[in-house]
Design a protein around this ligand. Sequence first.
Ligand SMILES: Cc1ncc(COP(=O)(O)O)c(C=O)c1O
Length: 422
Amino acid sequence: MTEPTGTSPRTPVVDAKETFRRVKRHFSPALAVAGRFTGQGAVEAAAEGSRVTLSDGREVLDFGSYAVALLGHRNPAIVEAVRAQLDVMPTSTRSVQSPVAPLAAERLTAYLGGSLGRVYFGCGGADVVEASVKLARMATGRTTVVAVRGAFHGKTLGALALTDNPRFKAGLEPLLQGVVHIDPDDPEAVAKVVREHDVAALVFEPVQAENGVRLLDPAVLARWCRDAHGHGALVVADEIQAGLRRCGAPSLALEYGLGVDGVLLGKPLGGGVLPVSAVVGNDTLFAPLLADPMLHTATFSGHPLSTAVIPRALDLVEEWAENGDMLARAMEQGLAGLREAHPEAVAATRGRGLLWGVDLRTPELAGGVLTGLAQRSVVVSPCLSRPATIRLLPPIVATETEVKEAMALLSDAVAEAALAAA
Ligand SMILES: Cc1ncc(COP(=O)(O)O)c(C=O)c1O
């Protein structure tokens, strides 16, 4: 990037061609092709709220960002919190105690209602999946972990064992041993597993976002949790994508009253600006760290610059909750209209709050819709495990007009893709 002389005083001039050359040379040629496609030849230059300005001066509407930009891009209050921490002490000595992460932990546990009082901070989602599995295994002295078919918990070696996607596991097996995947529709699935295994933990996503936005049945989850607890296993809800009011509630597991031992948060926890994640759990899950805090540490765990934004991010999520509910209704209505208007192309829509999946009838149609959306300057997220589903993730700070704009552009893109496929 060079001097800021682009479309606004803040927008830097960015060389897209050079960027793609570097991506191709240093990351991967396939990534360069994909990036050229989604940006239609342009790259990111700047962003604010629901909009990203590209290197060619176009503004795109961001209903994607893999769920990170819940509070929009560069939310001013978050940027201010970062600046304030940057001006005092962005990094900790890790020998002398920093006050920043403990305050974030206090705010986070209070935000979730106080029943889960312990916190471990990570930098990304897979990071805290790994931490929670380690804690559960150490706390119970058992090894088996029950995960759900269709799950996505990340791609590091341990988290990948819980993720149910053969594409990402090919050539890597054996991964972490002792992971059993259960049928998401079988209320008796946990009861069956505990008959044959000593289970350390049940780990589930209340909404399987990467699996095409599948909402697991709260009644099934309640039965699983009862059976897991009855067996002495711990229960962890992975709400890295669906938590923090993305799906309406601060935590769906807590809203459902499942009595989980831990909740995992990430993605928007850093206010859409910094990478930070957390295991928030009870004393039973955290018993190993209470006994020996050195059992799970990482250089950047509780990093002051990242954790400084958490109290502000939580306040903002609450301030915008009502707006989020209004946008959720607009999304639901808009997508019902989309289904009615394009039955030949749209097989189903599913979701809750600000997390929606649109099933196209074939992966090719989904590809056509993604092309159409890219051409119409709308960013959405594909689903890592469902190529026929596209995912819509509006920011909680978006406007109803922006939702309507996205719905209209999506409808145009679907019509065009359906025509091309006919
Ligand atoms: C539910 C869930 N868990 C874990 C992860 C992994 O997070 P990360 O990509 O930050 O490692 C994701 C990422 O999409 C996720 O959606």
